[in-house]
Structures are given as C-alpha cells and as structure tokens.
Write a new protein. Sequence first.
Length: 766
Amino acid sequence: MPAPDKVNKSIFPVSGMSCASCVSRVEKALLDVHGVVSVNVNLASEKATVEYTADTDPAELRRAVADAGYATGEESAETDEISISAQREINGLKYRFIFSLCVAVTIMALGMITAFDFPFKPYLLWALATPVQFWAGLRFYRGAWGALKHKTTDMNTLIAVGTSAAYLYSVSVVLFPQFFMEAGIGHGLYFDTSAMIIALILMGRFLESRAKGQTSEAIKKLIGLRPKKATVVRDGAVIDIAIEDVVTGDIVLLRPGEKIPVDGIVTEGYSTVDESMLTGESMPVEKKTGDSVTGATINKTGSFQFRATRVGKDTVLSQIIRLVDEAQGSKAPIQRLADIIAGYFVPIVICIAVVTFVIWLILGPQSSFTYALLNFVAVLIIACPCALGLATPTAIIVGTGKGAEYGVLIKNGEALERAHKVDTILLDKTGTLTVGQPVVTDLFPVPPFSEDEVLSLAASAEQNSEHPLARAITRMAEERHSKLIKVAEFNALPGFGISAMADGHDVLLGNDTMMQDNGINVSEVQVEVEGFRDVGKTVLFLSVDKKIAGLFAVADTLKPDALQAVNSLKSMHLDVVMVTGDNRRSADYIARKAGIDKVIAGVLPDNKAREVKSLQDKGHIVAMVGDGINDAPALAQADIGIAIGTGTDIAIETGDITLMRGDMGGIVTAIALSKRTMTTIKQNLFWAFAYNVLLIPVAAGILYPIFIRTGVPASLQFIFGQYGFLNPMLAALAMAASSVTVVSNSLRLKAFKPATNTNTNRRRVS
C-alpha cells in the first residue's frame, strides 16, 4: 500500500444506480483501475469516494464507471449544480412514469373492452407497448447491458428479463397466432403486463428519488449558509467582490445584519455575532479587536473590520460541510451484510425464477405455459433488491445530517454504528465537565477591610497580569464594576504571586508560602482556608502592609448542564467515569457535584490512553470525551473518541465525533442519535429481508396447493387470479412500495430531538 501522503481522494456523483448490486458493480469497476487504493460508493447519496495513488488518471475512474453502465459528474461540481442535475433526473422519471401509466391504462382498457375488438387491434397494442418498453424502460436495458459486460447481474437484469419475456411472448403471439393455437399454448397478449410493470417501477423510482432528495437536506442547508459577496479594502478602495475572490490577508468590512464571508481576526471595531450556525447557541457573542470570527455567522449590532485568515475550503464551515458530506457517503459495518447478500441475491433469484417456470410448465393448470411465464415474471420483478440497498445509507444520511443540525459532527457511518454499543463513558474534567477557566467562587474579607476594598486592591495589582488566576480576579472586578487604582513597583514572582504598591500601600497577592516568606500571620483565616481546600478550591491570600486583608477562593466551575447530562447518560445505562490529572480531593469534589461515582485522578494526559485500554481489556466498549488536543491519544485509543470544544479553532479531525459547542448535552445527543439511527437501520433491513423472504415464494406460486382445493375468494382474484398465482403487475407495485417504505422510515429520523435540552434558548444550526 502506498504511503498516505501519496494518496489522493476524489468524491464525485454517480447516477443511474438503483440497488445494492449496482453499488457492488461500480465499486468493483473502480477497484479494477490501476492505482486505486479504496472505494466507497453510496446508493442514497449517489456518490463515489475513491482514494488512489498519484499516478492514477482521474479520467480512468470516470471511464470505468461509464463502462459499468453508469454516468458520473464532475468532482468540483457545486452541490447546487448536483441538486439541479438530481432534479432533472427526478423530472425525467416523472415524465416517463406518466407516459407509461397512460399507455398501460390505455392498453388495459382496449384489452378488456370487447366492443373495441377489430382485426388490427393486436398490432395497435404492440405499437402502444413498444415505446414504453424501449423508451421509458431504456434505463433498465442500459443497466442490464452494463452488468452483462461485467459478467454479473443486478435489479435492472431482473426487470429487463421479466418485462421482455412478457413483451416478446406477446409479440410472438401477434406475429404467429396460428402456431400458438395449434401447439395448444396460451395465446393471450401481455402487453398490458409489461407496460404496467414498467410504469409502476418508474413510479417507485420517482417517489424514491424524491424522498432520497429529502434525506440530504441538512448539507444543503449548510451550503446555503455561505454568503455570496464580501466587502474588502484593497489599495485604499472599498470594493464588493465574490466570496471566491477573497484571499488570506484581505481586510473585510462588516455592517450590521451581514453574514461574515470568511474566517478571520477582528482588527477594528466592536459588535455581537450570532454563532448559532456553528454552536447551536442563539445568544450573540461579543467580538472586539483580537477576537476570531467565523464565516457564515451573522453580524448583529455593530460594524467592524477583520483580517481574513482562512478562505475557501479552509474555513470552518467548509470543513464542516466536507465532514458531513464524507460521513453521509460512508458505510456502516452493518451495511456490508446487505452488500454481501446483494452480490449473490440476483443470480439466486434468476435461478428461482427459472425453476418456477419449469415447475409450472410441467405441473401447472391448463394453459400451463402462460402461468409458468407469468410466475417467472412475478418472481423476477418482486425480488428486486432496491430496498436492501437503501436500508442503511438513507438512515446514515438523515442521522449524520440531523447531528450536524445540533452541532454534533459524526465522522462516518462506522462511528455512528459503534456509538450505540458504548457501555462506558470516560469524561475528562477540565474543559469537558468544567468551564475550563478558573473563576472566583468566594471572596472573604478580613476586618476592617470590606469586600469592595479587597477586590479593588487585588484587581488593581493584577490588572496587568495574564495569569489565569489573575484574570479570574480582574473578571470579577469588571462584573462588579470595581474601581481600580494606579499601582507601582509591580513584580511577578512565578510560583508564588505578585507584589505591588497601590495608593501608597504595600500589597501582596499569592499563596500561603508567599505569606510565610514575608512573615505574614494567616492563622486567623486558617479555618476558612481549610474549608475552601476541602472542596478542591485554590486559595489566594491578599495582604496589605504586612497584614492579612482577605482571601480569594478560585476554582474551575462545573458546567451548568453537566449534572443533567450525566444523569441522562446514566439513564441510558452507561457507566460514567471521570478521568483527570487533578488531585483526588479536587477531583472528588467536582465528581460529587456532577453526580459521578467513579473517579480516576492524578492521571497525566499521556496516561489517559492507558486507562482507556485498561477498561477495554475488561470487555468494555469505551467512549472517551476530551478537548480534542491534550486528550488526542485517549481519543484515538477509545472505541469512540468524542472531541468536545467551542469556537473556530476546534480540531474537527481529532475524534470520531466532534461537538461544536462546549456543553455536555452534545454527548447525550450523539449517543441517543446513534441508538435511534441504528434502530431505524435494523427496521429497514428487517423489512427489506422480510419482504423478499415472504413474497418471493408467493410469486413463485406457493399458494397454489391451498387455493386449488378451496378456490380463490372473489375479493382476492385480482391479486391471485383463479389459482393463487400473484399478478405480476401487483408484484411491481409491491416492489416499488418496499423501496419507498424504507426511505420514508429513514426520513422519520428528521423528527429526532435531543433528549436533553439544557438551554431553553438553544436552537438548531439549521
């Protein structure tokens, strides 16, 4: 196998596929091309994903697909163009269906109404049936011919052989009626059967294609978020350009209400931005100089300028679209079962049809040839494996698209399937269970100092520091609008704290070691200090002129939705474990607040993967939830790696599942969506298999021994005739209904909503 860096990947549309056998044939044709490493063809999305070496000519890929009997589109085609092409295909199916149905009904009417009998009537029926057979049904002959060239068969083979048998038999009766009468063979005409079968199958294809179009609405919505224009400053002039022409380094102007065209960094101005398309949170986010902005988010109130840092396919939105697109085109392991069965299914069905024909030719009632032929056709038509091929991919497309709407990006169908098997969830503490940044939870003043005085002095001393603990104090001062005073002689003492002169007072802010080194007595606050430390909080001491003035208790606080999310995971019968590098006391405190009973503390990032492996060795299916960067080894080791993060710098490729917003509700959503999608896939496969297992014997005439004794009830004679043989036209209708049923069942996933809604203001990305 070539080195990964020498492998190219192409994703291009493939049209004309209709069943799992078609997928297998396209994959085989592409794998036969020199240099192709891997192929994944998706029936529902009608796309092929091909990895190949640098010396492979992409034109050969398209030639291979064409030789297999299918058409390809350009890899660079925009989804809008693909949608137009798909709509053209749907319209073509509709027109052919309407034409076929009108002609078939006309043929049936002429055949049933004896008042219309005249000498050349058989020739008129032949003339009417011919365009249906060879124009409306041309797609079936093309598909069958493509399969024949590769020495294989598919559903097109079944339809082409079945309808051609009825059509050619009828033509023979028209041309040589005397021969059939003398031979004692039934000389009825079945132009109505062949025409109606084609009409009904085209109807099924039309309804199926229209429904399949609805499965990929999520990615269409994502692409629809992209703005078309951008206002940039070039050479001192303000100009409007197409978004494709924006380059890295351009200064882009934004007015209130406009969509941000590309990713960048604010260089001037202030505003609030609606980032719900990215995070699912409807509350606008403040943006000022130095903050990052993301393409396709919406500027709300102010005007600002930003420097473009990522454009085109490098923007966060483009990465999301690519990830969702690849996920929707991927296969789940369960689909391989359907693919394997489909590979053997059609040849077996043809054998069953031939055996059926021979049996009823020998053992059938009077005019046995006629019944043998009709049963042969019914078996071929009813056995088409369309539903089998659509069962898995349609559910995956809807499921992954639904996840994207809620900020849950699922990398592929395999991850979607594995997630529902998880029995143990490992949660990193910092940034997953907690907010990820320290905040002041308690402020304790020592008389005669007040809270306001303590906060003012501490914030004034820390206002120029970038240390996380310093930022926690200055944020608290900003929230309380504390008055800051000018400080002098600022000195940072790494590992201890800071010292400064504030309004003529000697101010120290730091840990207890710093206080001891400076001879400051802290015994009077020792009870409070121990109380804070017992719950895992960090204590900062403030002294003024060598006397203790106050305490700050600082901690990384639990996310507001953590407890509810953990309870939801437990209700799904999952074992929830917290893993952290923090000390046991701090870890236990956070775990208690989050409702977690099992804690693995004091674990370095590099050793988290070892903890995952230990659980796997005990037979557990493990999901690891982390920030996607520090926890990368553990995410890779886990059966499912869930990267949780907020903002535009998230590493989308890190985990199997990426949560685009920072709340823990996304974990619950991902697991619940996986379970719901797998349930839908299993329902689809059951109905696809059950349909063929039950109805092929019926089409083969298994009911004949029953009805030959009792007779077919009058109410069922349209379905089973006089002897219990299935009407081939109804076989076509049942075949079409099975495909539509599977796709419609997958579309029910669009009603999925997260089980945990931790924010009443949340709305979907869409």
